[in-house]
Design a protein around this ligand. Structure first.
Ligand SMILES: C[S@@+](CC[C@H](N)C(=O)[O-])C[C@H]1O[C@@H](n2cnc3c(N)ncnc32)[C@H](O)[C@@H]1O
Length: 251
């Protein structure tokens, strides 16, 4: 079972909601509204484009390796899209005021090379920004019976070639590529209600798709799915994945 590009788009938009507060904090500090050219690397289906366009008159460029994702992203007007590999971008040096990514670095095989590329295409004095990189090693699942979900997801990400511990490595990567005035942090979390049904279904669709590719947990999974729903209903459920950001400037 795999997700369709449209289902991924739903998921990406959901993730973008979780990380909104970080953008509200960081964008004013990096002059997002006065930037002239912004690159969104690993832009996927363009889940962040509406927000970018509402906050800046900059030219937005999106680059992604998956054509299916770019096809959905192309529904956005006035965004220049290009298919390519973040390790070796088909872009001239020093052209962007801000180069950013959102849930990308955990998926690439060489994050330092990608960050070097991000720094290369950013103008001197410009900003390199990793908006959201999770760290599944710090995932909290409560009640304890739901803990296997986190362990399986970590193992599943590893089996798919992702690095589930990217979050904690982010600061080191930014320093390694020579970015200046690096700031790193972790996004907080707030819960007041059960998730809206669409978000809960999307969370489970991703888990089930991940596990189906790598493991055969189907029988246990139904039990855990019911426990998860009950725990949300009775207010016990905690699901927290520390998600890191880092920002730095090109010399
Ligand atoms: C989790 S998605 C995030 C998409 C988007 N940034 C968002 O937050 O909605 C990761 C994206 O990175 C892209 N990607 C993975 N490896 C890549 C690479 N080496 N070069 C460019 N894009 C890549 C995938 O195709 C996918 O669209």
């Amino acid at each position: 079972m795999t997700l369709t590009p449209q289902e991924w788009h739903t998921r990406f938009r959901q993730q973008a909601q979780w990380t909104r507060s970080l953008r509200d904090y960081i964008f004013p500090r990096i002059g997002f509204d006065s930037a002239r050219r912004i690159l969104d690397l690993g832009c996927g289906t363009g889940a962040l484009f509406d927000e970018f366009q509402s906050q800046s008159a900059a030219s937005i460029v999106g680059l992604d390796i998956q054509r299916d994702h770019l096809r959905l992203a192309s529904a956005h007007r006035n965004v220049f899209l290009t298919e390519g590999d973040a390790h070796q971008m088909p872009c001239a040096s020093g052209v962007f005021d801000i180069t950013l990514c959102h849930f990308l670095l955990l998926w690439v095989h060489n994050p330092v090379q990608v960050l070097n590329e991000m720094a290369r295409v950013t103008r001197p004095g410009g900003t390199v920004l990793a908006l959201a990189e999770p760290d599944y090693g710090g995932r909290i699942d409560y009640p304890p019976k739901l803990a296997p979900l986190g362990k399986w997801q970590t193992a599943s990400l590893q089996a798919q070639g992702a690095d589930p511990l990217t979050g904690r490595k982010l600061s080191g990567y930014f320093h390694q590529v020579g970015l200046k005035n690096v700031e790193t942090g972790v996004l907080g979390g707030q819960w007041s209600n059960t998730p809206i049904p669409e978000d809960w279904r999307s969370e489970w669709a991703v888990l089930e798709a991940d596990f189906a590719q790598t493991f055969k947990f189907a029988e246990n999974l139904d039990v855990l799915k019911k426990l998860d729903a009950q725990a949300w209903q009775n207010g016990q459920r905690v699901l927290f994945v520390p998600t890191f950001y880092a920002v730095g400037w090109v010399d």
